[in-house]
Write a protein that binds this ligand. Structure first.
Ligand code: NAD
Length: 325
């Protein structure tokens, strides 16, 4: 077991820091006293995610595309590479950008870590397992991925990114960590293409909750705060192999819809739509490695996490409505 006590990082670069998980990563690092250089081009994130961080001492924002290089001053001892579109509509809209940020973007982030002798953490994904034939998925499983399917630009870019990260560790001795993140949810998540945020938005608007297929496909959603704590646990360790970060509590998509509807106090109907192509039937992580190597496991249960997510979305909605009104 590696040392799982907190390391004292002086300065971190967080690519994709203006996104959903990236903004929490910046925030948690600042809370630990680490300076943060947040790099984002806002192709899928939004300036509002980091508006509350702009005035915090030690926070710097750099608007840049990481595929074009990472021009940051030296003195960096941690590189967290989160930049990447992360939802189906974005894979369509930003198909080639998704491949480039996973390949050239990862290369630039690794070069920076190599130059700076910094710890490097890659935000990979459970999508590297594709539509898994093994259940639950442990890190030894190699996956069942369609290289030309609708999610291919993402799956394959992340698989490439993991291979490149491993090559930098072997060839240049860079200290690397790889997080295979499973579905995460929480406040600040955008509704487009993300099942939980979509249901929350629909329930609060009184619109039908659209379930693709029969809704029997499963997900194991993990609260974003837990996921980011896991990312930082990987940063704090020396562990070089992929680690699943996710929640083992598996629910069907239909169960999620019903629970969110109840928590939102909504009477929206459930509406079934055609199933998505290549939508994985089952997703559940085996998190034995994360527990063993990092002492990490999720702390926020599904109902509590969903309650916080619904309340945050309700507040945001009423702020927006009062701005319009
Ligand atoms: P997000 O879209 O909210 O954040 C990604 C950020 O990266 C955005 O702010 C976007 O503008 C930025 N970005 C994209 N391309 C860029 C580029 N070329 N240069 C600079 N910035 C760029 O997504 P998220 O949910 O916060 O995901 C963060 C990371 O975690 C991603 O790498 C994603 O693949 C991974 N991940 C997330 C989940 C999840 O459930 N949220 C699951 C698995 C993996």
């Amino acid at each position: 077991m590696s040392d799982n006590s907190q390391r004292r990082f002086r300065r971190a670069v967080v690519t994709g820091g203006g996104g959903f998980l990236g903004s929490y990563t910046c925030e948690m690092l600042l809370d630990r006293g680490t300076e943060v250089i947040c790099v984002d081009n806002f192709s899928s994130g939004h300036p509002s995610y980091i508006a509350h961080l702009r005035d915090r001492p030690g926070f710097t924002f750099l608007r840049a595309d990481v595929t074009e290089g990472l021009d940051v001053p030296s003195g960096v001892d941690l590189v967290m590479h989160l930049a990447s579109p992360a939802s189906i509509p974005e894979f369509y809209r930003l198909s080639i950008e998704t491949m480039l940020v996973g390949s050239a973007g990862t290369h630039n982030a690794l070069r920076l870590a190599h130059r700076e002798n910094a710890r490097f953490v890659l935000a990979s994904t459970s999508e590297v397992y594709g539509d898994p034939l093994r259940h639950p998925q442990d890190e030894e499983y190699w996956g069942n991925v369609n290289p030309i399917g609708p999610r291919a630009v993402y799956d394959e870019a992340k698989r490439y990114a993991e291979a490149l990260t491993t090559a930098y560790a072997k060839r240049h001795g860079v200290s690397v960590g790889i997080a295979r993140i499973f579905n995460s949810y929480g406040p600040r998540m955008r509704p487009d293409g993300r099942v939980i945020a979509g249901f929350v938005a629909q329930a609060l608007a009184g619109a039908p909750l659209t379930v693709h297929g029969d809704g029997a496909q499963t997900r194991s959603p993990c609260y974003a705060g837990d996921t980011v704590r896991g990312l930082l646990a990987i940063a704090d360790s020396d562990y070089p192999l992929p680690v699943n970060l996710g929640n083992v509590h598996e629910v069907t998509v239909l169960e999620l819809a019903l629970l969110i509807r109840e928590l939102a106090g909504s009477s929206s109907p459930i509406e079934h739509r055609p199933a998505d192509a290549d939508d994985p039937r089952q997703r559940r992580p085996d998190i034995g490695r994360a527990k063993r190597e990092l002492g990490w496991e999720p702390l926020v249960g599904l109902e509590e996490g969903l309650r916080r997510t619904v309340e945050a979305a309700r507040r945001e909605r009423s702020d927006n409505l009062s701005e319009v009104g």
